[in-house]
Structures are given as structure tokens and as C-alpha cells.
Design a protein around this ligand. Structure first.
Ligand code: GDP
Length: 183
């Protein structure tokens, strides 16, 4: 799975990102996080994004900074998608369809960000799987505004945060919720 993150235009929260990662992790689906639109960030915003990228990379996720507009790291995206079946997800307006177009040479319809809502318009209204001429398939999905977790037990959620799971090896309680237990 490929999750597309933008700090603004539209704002993606880390809660949204984490829910996606937990969901993918619970089905053992490897996830790559694309930080798109890096061309629009001011230097201090770029520092914030770099910090986020480092945090998720340290957990073990593959992360990539991308700008479709500047054609930055599009080859690296192709490399990631090559010979795999990948689903691309993220909020409306983060640039999913633009990324699909850039890597594939297709010309699927994109929509400008609506100024009043700082969010994308929903142009992709159904999931579609497209063959890639360099090998593999990509599934473009409709943008989502919110992401909830289903079929996950509350006390199992921490298992799907790799960094918590790893640290919990040293936890003194076998059923620890890692919220308010001592130590
Ligand atoms: P989707 O809803 O996630 O599929 O987003 P779209 O691909 O339709 O893109 C939404 C808007 O963001 C369009 O106006 C794109 O031109 C613009 N966009 C996409 N990628 C970038 C980027 O890397 N930089 C900038 N500045 N704009 C981008």
C-alpha cells in the first residue's frame, strides 16, 4: 500500500496516517509513505516534514519525498511500484491521481484543491486497477476524509504499531495497554 501524506493543501493528520498504518499492518500489508507536494513547503515546514519522515523511517516504514509538479522522485515511485500490485490511498487532494498519471503516463482527471475547504474535490469516485507498462498494477482509490478502524480489538491495537510492539518486549505486564500502567 502507498499512503500519500501532505502537511497542508490538504492537511493530513498523523492520526489519519497512523490509523492507515495500523490497518495495513493488521493485514500484513507493507506500506510506503509518500510525502507529496514538497515544492509548496516553506523552509520551516520542510523541516517539520523531514522530521516526520525520519520518525516513520526509524519505525521501519519506507518513506519518500515527492513533488509531482517538479518531477521529483517520480522514478523512485516507479521503482517501488514495479512488479507489484499497489493500492494508493490518502485524503482527497493529496495528489494520488497526479502520482498515478506521472508514473504511468496516463491522463486521469485530477481536480484543483477547493480554496474554501482546503481539501480536494472527489474526482475519483471508484477504485480502479490500472496496469503499469513497466510492470505491476496500481489501484487508484477515491479520497477519504476520515479513516476508522474496524474488526480490531482495543487491546490488540498496540500490536500493529511496530515501534510499540518492539518496545513492549520489555513490558512487565502481558496484557499491558501502554497507557497508564506503572513503568
Ligand atoms: P487526489 O484527489 O489525491 O487524486 O489529488 P489530485 O491528483 O487530483 O491532485 C489535487 C491537486 O493537487 C491538483 O491540482 C494537482 O495538480 C495538485 N498536485 C498534485 N501533486 C502536486 C505536487 O507535487 N505539488 C503541487 N504543488 N501540487 C500538486
Amino acid at each position: 500500500a502507498v499512503f500519500v501524506f501532505t502537511m497542508h493543501h490538504p492537511e493530513t493528520t498523523t492520526v489519519f496516517l497512523d490509523r492507515f498504518l495500523v490497518s495495513a499492518e493488521s493485514y500484513s500489508i507493507p506500506t510506503v509513505i509518500i510525502f507529496n507536494k514538497i515544492d509548496i513547503y516553506k523552509p520551516e515546514e520542510f523541516d517539520q516534514v523531514s522530521e516526520l519522515m525520519a520518525t516513520y523511517a526509524e519505525i521501519g516504514y519506507k518513506v519518500l519525498d515527492v513533488s509531482v509538479t517538479k518531477n521529483h522522485n517520480i522514478d523512485a515511485v516507479r521503482e517501488i511500484l514495479k512488479d507489484k500490485v499497489s493500492l494508493i490511498s490518502g485524503q482527497s487532494g493529496v495528489g494520488k491521481t497526479s502520482i498515478v498519471n506521472a508514473v504511468s503516463g496516463l491522463n486521469l482527471k485530477t481536480a484543483s484543491i477547493s480554496e474554501s475547504h482546503d481539501s480536494g474535490k472527489h474526482t475519483t469516485s471508484f477504485a480502479q486497477m490500472l496496469p503499469l507498462d513497466f510492470g505491476g498494477y496500481i489501484i487508484d482509490t477515491p479520497g477519504v476524509r476520515a479513516f476508522g478502524l474496524v474488526e480490531l480489538e482495543r487491546n490488540c491495537i498496540s500490536h500493529y504499531f511496530p515501534e510499540i510492539f518492539k518496545t513492549a518486549e520489555n513490558c512487565r505486564f502481558y496484557n499491558c495497554t501502554h497507557t497508564n500502567e506503572p513503568g
